[in-house]
Design a protein around this ligand. Sequence first.
Ligand code: FE2
Length: 377
Amino acid sequence: MSIATAEKTTDVAQADFLPLQGTDYVEFYVGNAKQAAHYYMSAFGFQALAYAGPETGVKDRASYVVRQHKLTFVLTTPIRSGNPIAEHVYKHGDGVRFLALRVDDATSAWEETTKRGGKSYLEPQRLTDDHGEVVVSGIHTYGDTVHLFIERNNYSGPFMPGFRPWGNPHFAPASTGLLYVDHCVGNVGWNQMNPWVKFYEEVMGFRNILSFDDEDISTEYSALMSKVMSNGNGYVKFPINEPAEGKRKSQVEEYLEFYDGEGVQHVALATNDIVGTVKDLMSRGVEFLKVPNSYYDDLLDRVGHIDEDLEPLKELGILVDSDNEGYLLQLFSKPVQDRPTLFFEIIQRKGAKSFGKGNFKALFEAIEREQAERGNL
Ligand code: FE2
């Protein structure tokens, strides 16, 4: 059991030189964007929104944009070999390339971050069409992951200049109630957590709001460490994980091996009705990790009163944890591609601002059972 007494909080007083309005979109580089878009629509309940590809004058790729409430995913695939998108997919498999953040001023965002040491990916660029203009800039973060800054206050089109509306009136699966990105977790290499914490503090003005050491996050076999970085208004939260020494291979090491480098481990998607959302996702074929039924035996003793009936939570395998501000319900999908890399978390917050520390042990044991099945534990 953990000997750490509390989730540690530190305060770094810094002016908000990078005001963020939240996540604008998440772009995945995938092996087959047409089919991936269909999966996110049919299984996760996204709606078709926009498309760019050879028909719109883009010669090396095809991109499909899907949306559900405030969640926007872009699925991009190379249509020829020998370009950076093809190399990304060859090396990493399907994964997150861009975590795009909404800003009022993408030029200032780029200037403020690059002058603090951020490595430029894209100097501010104005993209225009009949619907107005979008300004985009970007900096590199861990691995091959990039933060784009998107300024779209003067744009009324469906997505971005260069994209055309896309959809099929005969195929419009209902929403599953997913609302927005709650947080997005990165896996980094040995001894790399603190350098990336420093990057988010110094280059992007984030604060370290929670830390978990290997005593907090360990099972009999493996361990990891994590620090949660948050921007000033709390709209954007990036926990950063690194592996820690254990008897066997940490899940973070398995990720690093199969992703062939650092990258996004999971994206947490918020819902206001986790029971309804998860039932819906399961019935559409989304697979989730399962904790043993014994998890529920002393659940209410651990978390106190909850509004939900216990039975449906138990039946669906939904996890509950509490902190001094309330509680949260969460559940983790299995990896959504054949490599044991990216997965999704479904989360409903009822006051709690934490990340489910009380569930780490049960959860990681469930992950390890899957790792063992793959022969990677
Ligand atoms: Fe999470």
